[in-house]
Design a protein around this ligand. Structure first.
Ligand code: COA
Length: 171
């Protein structure tokens, strides 16, 4: 385990954060999925296009985005909103994404981000998320925060590959 970082400020994202969120998103995705996603697909992702999508998400009404801000440096973010699953019960929330800059992994920031995120949700709201079956680190992290697999799985396709995803739930 690396040293813990100073406590980050967890705050709602503003549009000006979109570039930093896209940078963290891609750096984190490339590091986490290097053994899973083909290198050409990892390399092809475009940061400015991602930033534009994050701008639209922050400005729009689909869920909320939180950032972990360390002295003005965005080192992580999470996106949460109503579950998009067809079988979701009323009020079920979903963590669509939680990503940290790789240099911040294992240093306490993810824990702060997750606690703030869960603390901002309605009391007792069920919360779900989808994790790649191969993403052992994230799966371990979710279990630590009270999530467990609810038995629902799906195959997601990206390019010419399919990936098994596992749904986690916390009540
Ligand atoms: C998922 C993520 C936000 C978690 O943040 P983090 O700082 O790495 O989380 P933590 O270090 O608190 O927890 C990870 C746990 O997994 C453990 N771990 C690390 N590597 C592991 C591995 N290969 N297999 C299993 N567990 C692993 C750590 O020891 C830690 O467990 P502990 O708390 O019992 O010591 C961060 O790793 C990340 O941004 N990953 C890339 C993006 C991603 O995968 N997002 C989730 C998409 S579903």
């Amino acid at each position: 385990m690396e040293d813990e970082l100073p406590e980050a400020t967890i705050r709602p994202a503003v549009v000006e954060d979109a570039d930093a969120i896209a940078r963290v998103h891609l750096a984190s995705w490339r590091e986490a999925y290097q053994e899973v996603v083909p290198p050409e697909q990892l390399a092809a992702a475009d940061e400015s296009e991602r930033a534009q999508r994050w701008r639209e998400t922050i400005e729009g009404r689909h869920g909320s985005v939180l950032v972990a801000d360390l002295d003005g440096d965005i080192v992580g973010f999470a996106h949460v909103g109503h579950s998009r699953d067809e079988d979701a019960g009323f009020g079920t929330q979903e963590i669509y994404a939680i990503y940290l800059e790789p240099s911040a992994w294992g240093r306490g920031v993810a824990r702060e981000l997750m606690r703030s995120l869960l603390g901002g949700l309605p009391d007792n709201a069920p919360v779900t998320l989808w994790a790649l079956a191969d993403n052992e680190r994230a799966r371990h992290f979710y279990r630590r925060h009270g999530f467990s697999p609810d038995g629902v799985e799906r195959m997601e396709t990206a390019g010419d590959r399919s990936y098994l995803e596992v749904r986690y739930r916390r009540n």
